[in-house]
Structure formats: C-alpha cells, structure tokens
Design a protein around this ligand. Structure first.
Ligand SMILES: [Zn+2]
Length: 470
C-alpha cells in the first residue's frame, strides 16, 4: 500500500475529524485563563488537534495557546505547513447550522470548512499517511497551527519568538496552484487645512468610506451655493443615468444641498471590481464653481485620482510581467472642522518601491496644500519561480491534477509571509467559488481528499531523504 492509497482509506475518519473540529466554534474572543489568549474555544480547538497528533504518534507542542505544532521525522532542516484554527463569526442565513459540520451533497458545510479547518485536517492526514507508511525522511516536518490569522497574526509573532522558522514551507490558506508574488503595500494618510479666501460654492463637509482597504460604498458632501440659481443649475447638471446613485436633500441653511452617492464595495487589492463612491462624488461636484476652503482637496481627487484605479493620475502607474499592475484605492475621506483627511491604499508591483511612490506622491501634493501625515509600508513577498520550493510544489500539483500550473500574483497578503521562505498553496482549486467568510461555507469531499493527496506528495517531495537543499 502506498501512502496515497492509504489516504483514500482514511476518508470517513477524516470527515468525522473535520466535523468535530468545525463543532468547536473557534471565533476569537477576550482572553480566558492562562493558555487561552484568544478565548477558551480557540484553546480547545488547539488542544483538539494536538491531542489528535499525540494519539497518532506525533510529537506535539502547545505554545501557551497562541499556536502549536505536530512534528514528524528527523533532520537538520524543517519543512513547515502553516494552517489556522480560528474562524470569522458565522453571520446569518445559513442553510445548515454553521457549527454542525453537516454532511450534505457530498460536502461538509460549516464555518471554517474551507478557511482553514478543512486544509488543517487534510495536512494532518497527509502527515499520518507518511508516518504509517513508514516513509524515511531527510528533514523534519512540522505542521503548525496558528490561532489568530483572522485578526492580528499575534500567534505567529509569539510562535516564532520561541521556534526557528522552517527552511521551506507552504500554507494552504488561499488558492491553487500557488501564489509566489504578493504585491507590496503602501498605506497613506493625507491631510490638509481649510484654505482661506474661499469663494463661490462652499463645501461644508465631506465624508465617505470606512476603511482604507475597502472600496467605499458611499460618500457625502454638504454644499452651500451662493444663490438658488447656481443650486438649480447644479441639480440640472446631474446626468439622468446617475439619478439612481445620487441622493439629494436640502441642507439646514439656505441654498444648501446634501449629496449622497452610492458606490460598490470591494477589497482594496481589487479596486477595479468595485465602484468608488468618493471619486464618483468628486466627479459629480467637480463642475461646480468654487475655490479655497476644501476645494483644493476636491481638485486633488479630481485630477490625481479621477475614476482610475491604476494610479495614472498621480503618475505612479506601473506594471511588470510577474506582479501585474499597481492598484490604488481612496478608501476614506473626512472633514472635521477645518481639517480634511484621506486614507489611501496602494498595492505595488516588484518594479517599484514604497519610497519611490511616496516621493512621487509627495511632489504632487504641495500644489493642493496637502501633505502625507502617516505612512505604513509592507514590502512585496516574492519567491522566484525557479526556486526549488516553487518548482517542486508546481510539479506535484500538475502531476496530481493533470492541469498546467503557473504561479499567481495577488494584491492581498497571505499567511505565508509569516513563514519566510514559503508560499500560499491551496486549498481552493481553480474555478471553485470563493466561500471563505461567506454563509454556507463548505469543502467538497472530493476536494478535501484531493488536497490531502497533494499535501502528502508535496511533503514527501520536499522532505524525502536526498531532496535538494536550499
Ligand atoms: Zn484563512
């Protein structure tokens, strides 16, 4: 019997294990007793998988409830697989209770089924298959369980304070085939003051969006026009195609208008999938005559963002073969008394850097009486496609699925970053719906078993005696 045949024989046991793990509602809460930094349910989920490991003959270690691992094999180097046991809250409207692990339609339903308890169970049984088959390895394998991937990644900060990073690794917390490029991220807070010598229409307030990393769904402006005639002229200028998205109401003072604009929300790493309500609002009011006050900030948005999402207006648009286009999202706009504030999220390709972008943007801002007030930067996470780890994982994926596989680049961040020399590998196969964080989250039995075979084979190829060293 080979380790791959063994996996098929585990199927019913695996489904039962996954159901039991889903039944622990491991949503992060306030800390409990010692060893429960993310609440008692997460501590219970971690104890559950570690007890499973001990029962199956693996060395188990619990790092104060932050994270833990199961270990198999010996060797100087370590191959790490990182999964997480925390889940986001269930939300409403499920067809099966979210913490039941209901089996239906050849799927296991429940919060965490695909993100990330299903992949955790797949990795556990991949390891079990290698062990029971008595496969000799040249490296250690560590299956690492994190407990707060969905909130702050404190679990990995704590864990890697006490444990060395594995030399190679993968984390099944995204998609197949694998992600070898996660773009760089730059977050900016841009601020300005109310400008004296205000004339024409007066902007009383501006607001829109809630978070930098979300395409804003709404935006609002309160404007006072100098007279009824200019107010009416503005109303008449709104194209009929926009009437469904623009809500007008009278303000408190004379000739005052409140304009509320609806957009479509999306993640900031895919701004082209949304419809930014802030830039749409600015487009609608940009024809109004007005200077000073908050108008410079509006002119900045009009001229340097427009309706583009690739940074063209700021002259920072760029592209490379590996990572694709730069993307930009104006996520928040706010005025408070005499201050205006904007929050901007940029995902940049390998061909530029956070410093270069910041410099270019700074140079644009002066003309609008604006400046960068705070900045956060995360460099890209990138592993060359010729890297042995990448080549091995792609080959395993191709051999198991029969599909051609090329590495992917994304604007988001995956858990792989915390492992170092590691990439996101699975669990969602191409063409499957995106179910993470949704109601009716599930993993199909077929995909769970396919993941297990792919992980077992990947671990074997990476850790077998005589496998290439970095
Ligand atoms: Zn996840």
């Amino acid at each position: 019997m080979s380790y791959l045949d063994r996996i098929n024989a585990y199927q019913e046991e695996m489904l039962a294990t996954l159901q039991e793990l889903i039944a622990i509602p491991s949503v992060e809460t306030e800390p409990g007793h010692a060893g429960e930094p993310f609440g008692p349910d997460l501590a219970r989920a971690l104890e559950y998988v570690l007890a499973w490991g001990e029962k199956n003959g693996f060395a188990a270690k619990n790092h104060a409830g932050y994270a833990g691992h199961l270990e198999y094999g010996t060797g100087e180097e370590t191959v790490g697989v990182l999964v997480h046991l925390d889940v986001v809250p269930a939300g409403e409207g499920w067809k099966y209770p979210p913490f039941s692990g209901q089996r239906a339609e050849e799927r296991i339903y429940g919060r965490g089924a695909i993100d990330d308890k299903g992949p955790a169970v797949a990795a556990m049984y991949a390891l079990k298959a290698l062990k029971e088959e008595g496969i000799k390895l040249g490296k250690k394998i560590r299956l690492i369980f994190g407990c707060d991937e969905e909130s702050g990644w404190q679990c990995m900060d704590y864990y890697f304070k006490h444990e060395p990073k594995p030399e190679y690794g993968f984390t099944p917390d995204a998609v197949f085939p694998l992600i070898n490029c996660e773009k760089g991220q730059l977050g900016l807070v841009i601020e300005g003051e109310w400008q004296e010598l205000q004339s024409g229409c007066r902007i009383e307030s501006l607001s829109g969006g809630t978070r930098r990393n979300v395409v804003p769904e709404w935006a609002e402006a309160v404007l006072t026009f100098p007279d009824q005639q200019s107010l009416q002229a503005f109303k008449a200028s709104i194209p009929e195609t926009k009437v469904n998205e623009v809500q007008l109401s009278t303000g408190q003072a004379e000739h005052q208008l409140r304009i509320r604009v609806k957009g479509v929300s999306a993640h900031a790493s895919l701004p082209q999938d949304g419809d930014n309500a802030i830039t749409k609002l600015v487009e609608i009011i940009s024809g109004i005559k007005g200077t000073g006050g908050f108008w410079p900030a509006v002119r900045f948005i009009q001229e340097c963002f427009g309706r583009e999402t690739d940074g063209r207006g700021l002259e920072i648009n760029c592209h490379d073969q590996i990572s694709g286009d730069l993307t930009i999202n104006l996520g928040v706009l706010k005025t408070e008394q005499r201050k205006v504030m904007m929050e901007v999220d940029i995902r940049y390709p390998l061909c530029t850097s956070g410093e270069e972008l910041e410099e270019k943007i700074e140079a644009k801002l002066a003309a609008y009486h604006l400046k960068i007030n705070a900045c956060s930067a995360l460099p890209p996470h990138y592993l060359d496609a010729n890297n042995w780890l990448i080549r091995t994982l792609l080959r395993v994926y191709q051999e198991e699925t029969g599909e051609q596989a090329t590495p992917l680049a994304i604007g988001g961040r995956t858990y792989a970053v915390t492992l170092g020399n590691a990439v996101a590998f699975g669990p969602v196969f191409p063409g499957r719906p995106e179910l993470a964080h949704q109601k009716d989250e599930y993993i199909s039995v077929q995909d769970l078993m396919a993941c297990t075979r792919i992980f077992a084979r990947a671990l074997y190829e990476l850790a077998k005696a005589g496998a290439e060293r970095g």
